[in-house]
Design a protein around this ligand. Structure first.
Ligand SMILES: Cc1cc2nc3c(=O)[nH]c(=O)nc-3n(C[C@H](O)[C@H](O)[C@H](O)COP(=O)(O)OP(=O)(O)OC[C@H]3O[C@@H](n4cnc5c(N)ncnc54)[C@H](O)[C@@H]3O)c2cc1C
Ligand SMILES: NC(=O)c1ccc[n+]([C@@H]2O[C@H](COP(=O)([O-])OP(=O)(O)OC[C@H]3O[C@@H](n4cnc5c(N)ncnc54)[C@H](OP(=O)(O)O)[C@@H]3O)[C@@H](O)[C@H]2O)c1
Length: 490
């Protein structure tokens, strides 16, 4: 399996050199900007833990949203353009299957590069920290489920998800109402609609399991009120539009005072949201706007549902004697005038559930070396000032930057991640001439298996070929070993 395509010495160059750690949207947009804008000859290396690039564009974005993955075409054009040194003397290199911090130390990179940009995203979970959350069979985090159905190499074979008995799942609770929670609700409720899934690159093993689930209800449980819903309107509309498959939306009137909210607000987004609820809650033929009458619900009516629940704090996960989930205890809340959540502690209720998914945003982690290198890490992101990484004394560490989700925490769509990456790349380019000379010229990597951009192209072509046979855009490799084995045979 050993493929040292680079020989034993890596990154030796006479040009200014920048390494970017993590090849998701923030890393790749940073690379594209550096290469497009640098006036000085530049060597840019993009490191990726997995054998393949693109981060959450490939392993987060929902399989039924292929248009969102168009950013991958931009990244591919950039990689192709700069893979061989161009007229300006710029050169790009992708090095996959390297976990920076483990396989190669961050210190090694810092010593042999003029600048390093951390763009390794948020690869962890947030916790509710309530009894039963970690020990109950049937409780998953959003990252586990999303990575599983997207065929992420570390999750496609996940035993907890694969061995779970999905065929008994009728009621699902999701904590949180961000867009990831809405992705999950849409995917779970449309699990049996093959016209959606047959043409996607969803992990077929996950789909096979999910298909067996006779899901009747998905409840999205938020701790705050309707006004503080985290989802966006486009994704909200997609949920309502599931009515064409017999799936109804429910928001109890006590959580809505639409007329009052609408009148009180000049917020265009809120007004549109209120219009959406008002129209979709009317029987189909009584709707006033064409926009809400695109697809007539099926003859047999609406027999499954999603429900937006508000002002509840989860306090305990309850299981049966076999350790399997049977309910979630929640406590009623009220919002204070300064928009905090206050528990009404004598008002609790139990929701019977077969699966509970915590969708609280993704969590990030410092690399192990942050301590020895005195790199600051605060509240779910690398300490930084406009992308320049700070030490624990809040001083700028020369030559070290952060972009994307690891810079700000797990918030922002691909467009805002792009803007963030461009800002950081521009700062790096402005400061390029001030960087210290490199301490070392190369890294000794004799015993590691890398993947290159050309390797990715081979994997990509094979995934597309396998997909074509089944009328899908691609069928993904489901483990890193399978990818490396395929490349070894080529
Ligand atoms: C479930 C989900 C669905 C989403 N859907 C949409 C959508 O429909 N539309 C939209 O606009 N936005 C969507 N987003 C948001 C979008 O995915 C993010 O804005 C974007 O991916 C953040 O980019 P990033 O590069 O900072 O992080 P990531 O995309 O997470 O990329 C980080 C990369 O770093 C790699 N890495 C991690 N550790 C190391 C290491 N030690 N060494 C080397 N490499 C490492 C990871 O493998 C990964 O490839 C979604 C997010 C999620 C979670
Ligand atoms: N189609 C798309 O464009 C798309 C799809 C998916 C994701 N994304 C983007 O990716 C980013 C991440 O999305 P996300 O849904 O993972 O995160 P998010 O938008 O931050 O939503 C997290 C949800 O979890 C709740 N929460 C957090 N901690 C909690 C706790 N301890 N107890 C109870 N509830 C808690 C939050 O409630 P509070 O609001 O009360 O904190 C919120 O409802 C967002 O910017 C999103 O827009 C975009």
């Amino acid at each position: 399996m050993l493929r040292t395509s680079f020989g034993s010495r890596l990154l030796s160059t006479s040009r200014k050199s920048v390494s970017v750690v993590g090849s998701g949207p923030s890393g790749f947009y940073t690379v594209c900007r550096l290469l497009a804008k640098s006036k000085e000859s530049l060597d840019v290396t993009l490191w990726e833990k997995l054998p393949v690039p693109f981060g959450l564009s490939r392993y987060g974005v929902a399989p039924d949203h292929p248009e969102v993955k168009n950013c991958e075409d931009t990244f591919t054009r950039c990689a192709e353009e700069f893979q061989t040194e161009n007229a300006a003397g710029h050169k790009f290199r992708f090095i996959g299957n390297v976990d920076i911090g483990k396989d190669i130390k961050l210190k090694q990179l810092l010593d042999c590069q003029n600048a390093v940009i951390l763009s390794y995203g948020c690869g962890g979970d947030h916790k509710l920290n309530i009894p039963g959350e970690d020990t109950t069979n049937g409780v998953f985090t959003s990252r586990e489920v999303v990575s599983w159905y997207n065929g992420h190499p570390s999750f496609a074979g996940n035993e907890k998800l694969n061995n779970f008995d999905w065929s008994r799942v009728k009621r699902v609770g999701i904590i949180g109402n961000g867009n990831v929670a809405l992705d999950l609700a849409r995917i779970l409720l449309s699990n049996q609609v093959s016209e959606i899934w047959a043409q996607t690159d969803i992990n077929p093993l996950a789909l096979e399991k999910l298909r067996t689930a006779p899901i009747e209800e998905v409840k999205l449980i938020a701790r705050r009120d309707f006004l503080h819903s985290k989802f966006t309107n486009k994704e909200f509309r997609e949920l309502w539009e599931l009515e064409r498959f017999g799936i109804r939306g429910v928001i109890r009137p006590e959580f809505l005072n639409l007329h009052k909210l609408g009148e009180a607000s000049s917020d265009r987004v809120l007004k549109r949201r209120i219009e959406m609820i008002t129209e979709y809650m009317l029987p189909f033929d009584q709707r006033t706007k064409k926009n809400y009458k695109k697809h007539r619900p099926p003859e047999h009516g609406l027999n499954r549902q999603w429900e937006m629940d508000y002002l509840k704090t989860p306090i305990k996960v309850n299981c049966n004697a076999a350790g399997k989930l049977n309910s979630l205890t929640v406590c009623d809340n009220k919002m204070t005038v300064d928009n905090r959540v206050e528990l009404l502690s004598n008002q609790t209720q139990d929701y019977e559930l077969d699966v509970l998914i915590t969708s609280l945003g993704y969590g990030s982690n410092p690399l192990d070396e942050f301590k020895s290198l005195d790199i600051g890490f605060v509240r779910n992101h690398v300490a930084n000032s406009r992308g320049a990484v700070l030490n624990t004394e809040n001083e700028v560490i020369p030559g070290l930057y952060a972009a994307g989700w690891i810079r700000k925490g797990s918030s922002g769509v691909i467009a805002s991640t792009m803007a963030d990456a461009f800002e950081v790349a521009d700062t790096v380019l402005q400061e390029l001439s001030t960087f210290q000379p490199r301490k070392n010229s190369a890294i000794d990597v004799a015993h590691h298996t890398f993947t290159t951009w050309n390797d990715w192209l081979k994997l990509d072509a094979e995934e597309r070929r396998r997909g074509r046979e089944q009328g899908k855009p691609r069928e993904k490799f489901l483990s890193a070993d399978e990818m490396l084995e395929f490349l070894n045979k080529k």
